[in-house]
Write a protein that binds this ligand. Structure first.
Ligand SMILES: Cc1ncc(C[n+]2csc(CCOP(=O)(O)OP(=O)(O)O)c2C)c(N)n1
Length: 653
């Protein structure tokens, strides 16, 4: 039976009236200062109201649910002890900052959460002076904290302003977190680090350090015992060798038990904890006592991901880390891969059944990348390395060197973390690592940091890299087989989120060839991956205007199919379409290939359509693509405009 309080039955009900008969306590909180006069019971009521509010709000827009339910009391305590924005609160990743947003005057905008023009799902500098860091790639916050604290130090403001960095145990598995903490310990900069330990990333956190932390978590009597034992050890008189050995043994055992503390303190960072992260009083007490520590200090806080909402607490997959739109009373349906992710999930199992050298690697995203079924089927050939993309890629190079056929399943946006590793550790060594890049292209609700628009431009720079872009579920499955057959170097398959086309067999390509989908005379559209559908729509619209279009499914962005390039060059106009950056991307490579074709003759103009050189805000993917002119209507309009310009009397002949 669940221990969880099932909030679903309470959602939307006022919990406590105060002043005005219909007013919830939450409605009286507009800024952190409003928290300061609340007593213990009021804080507890407020925490319940906040949880209910978050469940209700995310059920309407979708969002990061479990992570936020876990930090309610922690955020209340932080905002009561520290004085934001004078004191600087920094959130690693930022997906857990909803409570912070609610307490800093943004509650009434939650109906716009993650919508176009609405509240960001992460901290946002534009939204509030309480927000500093909006990069939602994990494990960066200790570096930001070091930087901000250094600036305060040099400007002489260190005495008046505190820097507080909140980081989850999952994000502590990222290399940058260790680089940051090492530097903080060395520099002695004044930063309070709050380690929010819920034992999970999406899945349980992969970390020996985290196991040490978990040992502590599982022993509630730890704090009492620690104080007592430390006291006792300090007092024991050393009488005789026997007793001395006994005491040393006890010390050693206890030291091992305190592994995390030793780890941090060896780096020069004081350790305090563990503290019950759902007890505001206890946390306030500890935070007040460390607030003025003159150096880096880590406060280890134990929380429960998804706390207070039964469906989140009981979700073994990811504690409803994130949730789509759902009914709060019934909770979201269990997450299962769909679209391209599902196609990948099936294909990698089939590939692993055919070849026992095939292994799968994820950087803390086993369920979102569709690898849970693989993990269940081949537990020894599945590797979750933590939020450590760089390590994942170089480890894959090592596995390939050792004769395995590693498949790195990673979101396109997170591959950018590991570009150097892909280029030098994998590429330079010609290792046959297969990158499967999910959520490529415009991803939507998560905003600028989560669009996967850089992968092609980056991977095109890696010599020997083969790049596939499937336009259907079946193409992806064929491409995985092709990629695994390449032994001369790395390959990548980049595919989008959302529904995948299911096509008849004759519409599935093979090898490293492109596929001509339609033949015309006036314009040739070379479409990459998901944009094939838009190119086909554009061709129909162009037909209506008397323009006949050839359409190619590029399939392989590198190396380009020479037959496709030759065919494109016979058209008076070529248009390329991709959902990646226009500058230096697939279209630019195709334009170069056409220009290089035959220097003696004039090549046709090539119009390159892709994403612009700016950060793209949050909105639904279809809306963003339409705004960028990357849907059928947009591509058709670009073609017509270019043809008109070419036939204008003013255009150069
Ligand atoms: C570099 C990077 N890789 C992967 C992710 C995807 N991601 C977002 S949150 C998260 C888990 C974070 O775990 P933790 O820091 O413990 O926070 P929790 O949600 O458990 O509170 C992951 C893997 C990311 N944001 N950044």
């Amino acid at each position: 039976m669940s221990r969880a309080l099932n909030l679903s039955v309470r959602v939307g009900l006022p919990f406590r009236k105060r002043g005005d008969a219909d007013e919830m306590l939450l409605e009286t909180i507009h800024r952190p200062a409003d928290l300061r006069g609340l007593d213990h019971d009021e804080l507890s009521t407020l925490a319940t109201e906040i949880r209910s509010f978050i469940v209700q709000a995310t059920s309407v827009t979708g969002g990061h649910l479990g992570s936020n339910l876990g930090v309610v009391e922690l955020t209340l305590a932080l905002h009561r002890v520290f004085d934001s924005p004078r004191d600087i609160l920094l959130w690693d990743t930022g997906h857990q900052a909803y409570v912070h947003k609610i307490l800093t005057g943004r509650r009434d905008r939650f109906d716009t959460l993650r919508q176009a023009g609405g509240l960001s799902g992460y901290p946002s500098r534009e939204e509030s002076e309480h927000d500093w860091v909006e990069n939602s790639h994990a494990s960066t916050i200790l570096s930001y904290a070091h930087g901000v604290a250094t600036a305060l130090h040099l400007s002489g403001a260190e005495a008046e302003r505190r820097v507080v960095a909140v980081i989850g145990d999952g994000s502590m598995t990222g290399g940058m977190a260790y680089e940051g903490i090492n530097n903080l310990g060395h520099s002695g900069r004044r930063v309070v680090i709050v380690l929010n330990d819920n034992g999970r990333s999406y899945a349980p956190t992969i970390s020996r350090l985290s196991h040490g932390l978990t040992n502590l978590r599982l022993k509630p009597s730890y704090v009492r015992n620690r104080d007592r034992i430390e006291h006792v050890l300090g007092e024991v008189p050393v009488i005789g060798e026997h007793l001395q050995l006994g005491v040393q043994g006890l010390r050693a055992a206890f030291r091992e038990f305190l592994e995390p503390q030793n780890f941090f303190e060896a780096l020069g960072v004081r350790y305090v904890g563990p503290v019950d992260g759902h007890d505001v009083d206890e946390m306030e007490h500890v935070l007040r006592s460390v607030k003025d520590h003159n150096g880096p200090i880590i406060v280890h806080v134990i929380t429960q991901k998804g706390k207070g909402y039964a469906f989140a607490e009981d979700d073994e997959d990811k504690c409803l880390h994130d949730a789509p739109i759902f009914d709060p009373v019934t909770g979201p349906p269990p997450w299962a891969p769909t679209g391209y992710t599902e196609a990948f999930s099936e294909a990698i199992i089939a590939a692993a059944e055919r070849d026992k050298r095939v292994v799968a690697i994820t950087a803390a995203m086993p369920s979102p990348t569709g690898l849970i079924p693989f993990q269940a089927r081949f537990p020894d050939r599945f590797f979750d390395v933590g939020i450590a993309e760089q390590h994942a890629v170089t480890a894959a190079a090592g596995m390939a060197m050792g004769g395995l056929r590693p498949v790195v399943a990673i979101y396109s946006t997170f591959l950018t973390r590991a570009f150097d590793q892909a280029n030098l550790d994998v590429g330079l060594h010609h290792q046959p690592v297969v990158f499967c890049l999910d959520r490529a292209g415009i991803t939507g609700d998560n905003g600028p940091s989560h669009h996967g628009v850089l992968d092609m431009a980056l991977l095109l720079r890696v010599p020997g890299m083969t790049i596939f872009a499937p336009s259907s579920a079946q193409e992806l499955q064929v491409m995985l087989g092709e990629a695994l057959a390449i032994t001369s170097g790395p390959s990548a398959i980049r595919f989008p989120n959302g529904a995948a086309r299911r096509v008849p067999l004759e519409q599935v390509g093979s090898g490293l060839t492109a596929r001509r989908v339609r033949q015309g005379d006036d314009v040739c559209i070379l479409a990459v991956g998901k944009l094939l559908e838009a190119a086909e729509d554009a061709a129909l619209l162009l037909d209506e205007q008397g323009v006949s279009a050839t359409v190619w499914d590029v399939r392989v962005v590198k190396p380009l199919d020479p037959d496709m390039i030759c065919d494109a060059a016979r058209h008076p106009l070529v248009v390329t379409a991709e959902d990646g950056v226009r500058d230096g991307g697939a279209g630019a490579a195709m334009a170069d290939a056409i220009a290089d074709l035959d220097e003696s003759r004039q090549s046709p103009p090539v119009l390159v359509l892709g994403t612009p050189d700016r950060y793209i805000p949050q909105a639904k993917p279809a809306q963003i693509l339409a705004e960028l002119g990357l849907d059928g209507a947009g591509i058709a309009a670009s073609v017509i405009k270019t043809l008109h310009a070419a036939h204008s009397p003013l255009s150069p002949r």
